[in-house]
Design a protein around this ligand. Structure first.
Ligand code: G3I
Length: 367
C-alpha cells in the first residue's frame, strides 16, 4: 500500500465515493467504473483524446465508445501529406473532414497530425524540391494551405514529426533536410503560425519515454532542438511526447519528471500524443498481461501528470480491436495473439489499462 498523497487521496475518494461506485456497478458494462476518461480528465484541466481512421467510423460501436471516452480526436494517418496533398496542385481533405465532422458532432476537439514527416510523403515531392527556393515554396504552400483549411477550428497541429535521428543526436536525413538544411523546421513552424495565429504548434517525437541509453540520447537531442527554436524565437507551443510504451523496457519516473520539467521551463506545454503499450515481451495469458500493461501505464502517467505543463493525453486508438501495433513486425506478438495495448478490449469493455488511466487522471494535480 503506497502512503503518498495520491494513494491517500484515492483511498479517501474511494470511501467517500463508495455509495456512488456501488451505484455505478449497476450500470452497463460500458459504464462500469464510473465516469468516462474525458470527464475525469476535464476535472483536472486535461484533455483525453484518441486517434481514429475514417474506416473506424463505419464501426459504430467503436466510434461511439471513442466519443464516450474522449473529448479530442486525431486522424491516425489521413492528415499526412500523401493523403491530403496527393498531387502538386490537388488537395484532398475528404477523409479529415469526415473525421472532423464526427468530432464536432460528439463535442470533441480536433488536432492535426502531421504537416511535415519523412513517412507518407507524396511521391511527387522529391522531384519538386530540387532547389532551395522550390523546396521552401512547396513546404510553405503545403503548410499554409493545410493549416488554412482548418483555421480557427483546430486544437493543435503536429507541425514537424520525428525530425531527430535514432541512435545519434543529429537530425534525421530527410528530403527536407537535404533541400533546406535544419532551417526546414523553423520555416514550417513560421508558416503554420502565419496561417493560424491561435493554433497550438507542436513538435512531435518518439523514443523519449524510457530509461535506456537511446532514450537518454534522444531526450538530450530534443532539448537542444527546442532550446535552439526558443533562441531563434520560432513560434512553438508544445512538445508532443508520443508515449509508445514498451512493457519490458526500463522506465525511470525521475528521469521523465526531470525532462518534462526542463521542457516546461522553456515555457512550453507537453502533449502525450500517441500512448499505447507494446506487450510482445509479456506472456500470452490476458490477465497478467493486462495487469502489467496497466501498471506501466499508471507509473508513466503518474510521473508525467505531476508536471502541470502536460495538458493532453491521447491514446493511439481506443480499443484492441484496432491497433497499429498488430501491423508492424517490431510490435506484433510472436504467439500470434493480438496486442492488448489500449484502454478498451476488442469487445469495447474497459480493461485494467482504462482503470489505470482513470486513477492517474483522478490523482493528477489540477492544471
Ligand atoms: O486503409 C488503407 C487501405 O484501404 C489500403 O488498401 C492500404 C494499402 O495502401 O493502406 C491502408 O492505409 C494504411 C493505414 O495505416 C491503415 O492501415 C496506410 O497505407 C498506412 O500508411 C497507415 O500506417 C499508419 C502509419 O503511421 C504511417 O506510417 C498507421 O495507421 C499509423 O498508426 C502510424 O502512426 C504513426 C504516427 O503517424 C507517428 N508515430 C508513430 C505511429 C506508429 O507508426
Amino acid at each position: 500500500m503506497r502512503y503518498d498523497r495520491r494513494s491517500i487521496l484515492a483511498a479517501g475518494l474511494a470511501c467517500a465515493a463508495a455509495p456512488a461506485l456501488a451505484r455505478s456497478r449497476q450500470q452497463s458494462l460500458a459504464d462500469a467504473d464510473g465516469p468516462p476518461l474525458r470527464a475525469r480528465a476535464a476535472r483536472k484541466g486535461l484533455l483525453y483524446g484518441v486517434a481514429l481512421q475514417t474506416r473506424n467510423l463505419a464501426d459504430t460501436p467503436l466510434a461511439e465508445a471513442a466519443a464516450r471516452e474522449a473529448s479530442l480526436l486525431v486522424p491516425e494517418y489521413e492528415a499526412q501529406w500523401r493523403i491530403i496533398h496527393p498531387e502538386p496542385q490537388r488537395y484532398d481533405f475528404r477523409a479529415i473532414d469526415r473525421l472532423e465532422a464526427f468530432a464536432r458532432s460528439h463535442d470533441m476537439q480536433f488536432r492535426g497530425h502531421s504537416l511535415v514527416w519523412h513517412l507518407l510523403m507524396a511521391q511527387w515531392i522529391q522531384g519538386a524540391i530540387e532547389t532551395r527556393a522550390s523546396a521552401e515554396r512547396v513546404l510553405v504552400d503545403h503548410v499554409t494551405t493545410v493549416v488554412g483549411h482548418g483555421r480557427g477550428r483546430m486544437h493543435s497541429w503536429d507541425v514537424v514529426n520525428e525530425a531527430i535521428a535514432d541512435g545519434n543526436p543529429e537530425l534525421r536525413r530527410t528530403p527536407w533536410l537535404a533541400a533546406l538544411g535544419p532551417d526546414y523546421i523553423d520555416i514550417a513552424f513560421r508558416a503554420a503560425r502565419a496561417a493560424d495565429e491561435r493554433l497550438l504548434l507542436t513538435y512531435n517525437e518518439y523514443g523519449i519515454q524510457h530509461a535506456d541509453a537511446s532514450s537518454d540520447r534522444k531526450r538530450a537531442a530534443v532539448l537542444r532542438l527546442l532550446e535552439g527554436m526558443r533562441r531563434r524565437n520560432v513560434p512553438i507551443d508544445a512538445l508532443g511526447v508520443q508515449s509508445h510504451l514498451s512493457a519490458g523496457l526500463p522506465f525511470d519516473a525521475e528521469k521523465l519528471r526531470r525532462f518534462l520539467a526542463e521542457v516546461a521551463g522553456m515555457g512550453l506545454q507537453v502533449f502525450l500524443t500517441e500512448l499505447d503499450v507494446r506487450d510482445r515481451d509479456l506472456p500470452g495469458d490476458e490477465d497478467p498481461r493486462d495487469q502489467a500493461v496497466a501498471d506501466l501505464t499508471r507509473r508513466y502517467l503518474d510521473a508525467a501528470l505531476d508536471e502541470r505543463a502536460v495538458k493532453i493525453v491521447v491514446t493511439w486508438g481506443v480499443s484492441d480491436r484496432h491497433s497499429w501495433l498488430n501491423d508492424v513486425a517490431q510490435s506484433r506478438r510472436a504467439d500470434g495473439r493480438r496486442v492488448r495495448g489500449l484502454p478498451l478490449d476488442e469487445g469495447l469493455a474497459r480493461k485494467p489499462m482504462w482503470r489505470a488511466m482513470a486513477a492517474a487522471f483522478d490523482g493528477a494535480p489540477a492544471r
